[in-house]
Design a protein around this ligand. Structure first.
Ligand SMILES: Nc1nc2c(ncn2[C@@H]2O[C@H](COP(=O)(O)OP(=O)(O)OP(=O)(O)O)[C@@H](O)[C@H]2O)c(=O)[nH]1
Length: 677
């Protein structure tokens, strides 16, 4: 089967070797991406399925064409849009827990994060598929979509180097990124050549839009970091408050203990079991983590214990000096020195880690302690008291002393990547309370605003590209239209000039610039019939000799000079001087009778003779003129001209260089002027 090269076919240009190589590279890129995506199926299944769909869609696009590819592209885009919506929808519209329940129903034990690709990869995949959906056309925004995909991949890679542990919504596997990079490279290789023709417009539109996309990404990163920090601070604060309230409570229990010890100062006898139970009960009730409140005699023997449960009764009679050596110092301090003391964290006689507070017990006014009150704080019970206030679905809690874990409450959901620690003071013993928020809680509490602003920013960048690109296109079209208009105007001017030239040539003689026979006859016909008109037919004498002796060029010059002279004489007299052809000129003098016309004719004749135009033998150039006058009334143009011609003939016959008035058309009473030499 012939491979499909959409751009080459669409452009209808000859397919170059480079273009074929680019298409093959794109095909290869899609194949590699598909292979990698299939490998990815062994990892996160739903993300890998989306990647397989994208890679297969791109492969089909290059192999079989856009129509076949759309069967995969659109469903993949639909799923990705759903993923994006899950990132965008505010918690109070659709809680994260609801998405998680849906994920669990689809695959037991799975969460939403198992189903959707990380945010940046989701957006990148959408951009790549959209660029195929718009058939990689520059005018429809494909270059910007590829640019956005590239930026998103860079941002995703940069997230890996971010110091704070990224939430799962950002963590992307290197394999996923490699697949997307291969898909992007495949498309870029194929279309880069085809976009050469738009290089200028692309530069103008792409850079500002890419800058906006980059700004959106930076803004998103900033907002996301801020949101995560605030969330961490909020959780940390809750956590610290919890630790602080416990520290305060422990401080309170010490004060309560002192009160308890002082009660016995009022009595003269050592405490009896009933009194002990009565006095100890409220303390034990208030501070539930007191495993027991015991009376220790001077011989360090446990005499009384409350509450009297099986665990506590079992230790009655134990001698602490021997049975609990780890707490020996505190017992001695209370019993022998009469000083309040506590043990470190020790293994209690009832089992489990704990701390025992010893307070000397003085009777009446005795100065030496009769015994001591022992208040046993069980650390697991203390932690339990603390932990019961916390929903195990939101975080996992552990209590540490040094590196040793004293108590622990597991979370009922998958843990997030964060560990928050708060210090706790157990009457001088430093403890650490570690909280690990669960992933659903973190993702549910994360603000959606950064994702919204990123999506809107990228959308605006895409729109900016489209606007700038089409603006450039329109500017180009405007330029082309302006150019065409300019050429059109020039052409019109040229044609008008040509037409005027043709028109002028039709009515003028090219050599002398004088009106020609046609114009002359038109002037004659336009003559006012109420007025007389005279016609002067002028012929240069022996002009052939000029040509023969002085050459045609000189002959032409003589003709031009004669024409100029004719105009100089005739036009001031209100007439028109024209060239009939050859060496023959003609003039008309409207409103002039024969005698007047004869005077003008002689003026002209004399002017020519005096002009200094000479024959080869030095004799001056002369002209002969035949004059005919038409009386007012309808004009017989041919008759008038014939009459003038006859008069000219007579002038020539009479020896040349003279004017003759036609007799036949002469007004009654007119006379022929005296002959000139
Ligand atoms: N140089 C030049 N010669 C022209 C032009 N038109 C006509 N001629 C010449 O004008 C001459 C006219 O000669 P003829 O008709 O024999 O008349 P002529 O020599 O002037 O003699 P007469 O009219 O009898 O005085 C010819 O030799 C033509 O070739 C032109 O445009 N330029």
């Amino acid at each position: 089967m012939t491979p499909y090269y959409p751009l080459r076919l669409a452009s209808e240009r000859p397919v170059s070797v480079w273009a074929i190589a680019a298409s093959l590279a794109a095909l290869l890129g899609s194949l590699i991406a598909l292979a990698l995506a299939v490998i990815g199926l062994y990892g996160s299944l739903p993300t890998a399925v989306l990647l397989v769909m994208a890679a297969l869609g791109q492969l089909l696009w290059y192999r079989l064409g856009p129509v076949a590819a759309q069967a995969l592209l659109w469903p993949a885009l639909g799923l990705l849009t759903l993923c994006l919506v899950s990132y965008l929808l505010p918690e109070h519209w659709l809680p994260h827990a609801a998405w998680d329940r849906l994920a669990d129903r689809l695959l037991t034990g799975s969460l939403l994060v198992d189903w959707r690709p990380p945010l940046l990869l989701t957006l990148c995949l959408i951009a790549l598929l959209l660029s195929l959906a718009v058939r990689t056309r520059a005018g429809l925004g494909a270059p910007m979509l590829l640019g956005i995909a590239g930026l998103l991949l860079l941002a995703q890679a940069a997230e890996a180097f971010h110091s704070a542990p990224a939430l799962l919504s950002l963590r992307g596997s290197w394999l996923d990124q490699a697949i997307l990079l291969t898909l992007l490279a495949g498309q870029m290789v194929d279309v880069a050549g085809a976009w050469q023709q738009h290089a200028f417009r692309l530069r103008r539109a792409l850079w500002p839009a890419l800058c906006l996309a980059l700004l959106s990404l930076l803004f998103w990163h900033h907002q996301k970091a801020l949101g995560e920090r605030e969330l961490a601070e909020r959780i940390g604060q809750q956590h610290a408050q919890m630790a602080e309230s416990l520290s305060r409570e422990i401080h309170d229990h010490l004060a309560a203990m002192r009160r308890f010890a002082n009660v016995w100062r009022l009595t003269a006898a050592t405490p009896g079991s009933t009194d002990w139970a009565t006095q100890a009960a409220p303390y034990q009730r208030d501070f539930r983590y007191f495993l027991n409140i015991a009376y220790i005699d001077a011989a360090t023997r446990i005499q009384l214990v409350h509450p009297p449960n099986a665990h506590n009764l079992r230790i009655l009679g134990s001698r602490l000096l021997e049975d609990q050596p780890a707490g020996r110092e505190a017992v001695i301090s209370a019993l022998q020195h009469g000083r309040e003391a506590r043990t470190d964290i020790i293994e209690l006689l009832q089992g489990g880690p704990g701390v025992i507070h010893y307070l000397p017990l003085f009777l009446s006014h005795e100065s030496h302690p009769r015994g001591a009150v022992a208040m046993v704080v069980s650390l697991p019970v203390l932690a339990e008291t603390l932990f019961t206030a916390i929903d195990p679905g939101t975080q996992q809690l552990s209590l540490f002393h040094g590196g040793e874990r004293l108590a622990h409450q597991s979370a009922e959901a998958r843990l997030g990547p964060w560990q928050l620690e708060a210090e706790l003071d157990l009457s001088g013993i430093p403890l650490v309370l570690r909280a690990e928020p669960t992933l659903p809680r973190l993702l549910g509490d994360l603000p959606r605003q950064p994702v919204v602003s990123l999506s809107v920013g990228l959308l605006l960048a895409q729109l900016l590209y489209l606007v700038l690109f089409s603006q450039q296109e329109m500017a180009n079209q405007h330029r082309a239209v302006r150019r065409t208009n300019h050429e059109l105007r020039r052409e019109i001017r040229k044609r008008t000039r040509l037409q005027q030239e043709v028109e002028w040539l039709a009515g003028h003689d090219e050599l002398t610039g004088l009106p020609n026979r046609r114009t002359f006859l038109q002037a004659l016909r336009a003559h006012d019939p109420r007025q007389p008109i005279s016609v002067l037919l002028c012929d240069i004498d022996h002009f052939k000799r000029i040509n023969d002796r002085l050459g045609h060029l000189e002959g032409d010059r003589y003709l031009i000079e004669t024409g100029r002279l004719g105009r100089e004489v005739i036009e001031p007299a209100g007439g028109l001087f024209a060239r009939l052809g050859g060496e023959e000129f003609v003039a008309c003098l409207p409103g002039r009778e024969g005698p007047e016309a004869m005077r003008v004719a002689d003026t002209l004749r004399e002017a020519v003779a005096a002009r200094g135009l000479t024959h080869a033998d030095g004799t001056p150039l002369t002209i002969s003129i035949g004059v005919a006058t038409g009386a007012p009334g309808p004009l017989g143009v041919d008759d008038l001209l014939n009459a003038a011609d006859m008069a000219l003939y007579r002038a020539k016959g009479a020896g040349r260089n003279r004017a003759r008035l036609a007799e036949s058309l002469a007004a009654p009473g007119s006379e022929e002027l005296p002959k000139q030499p």
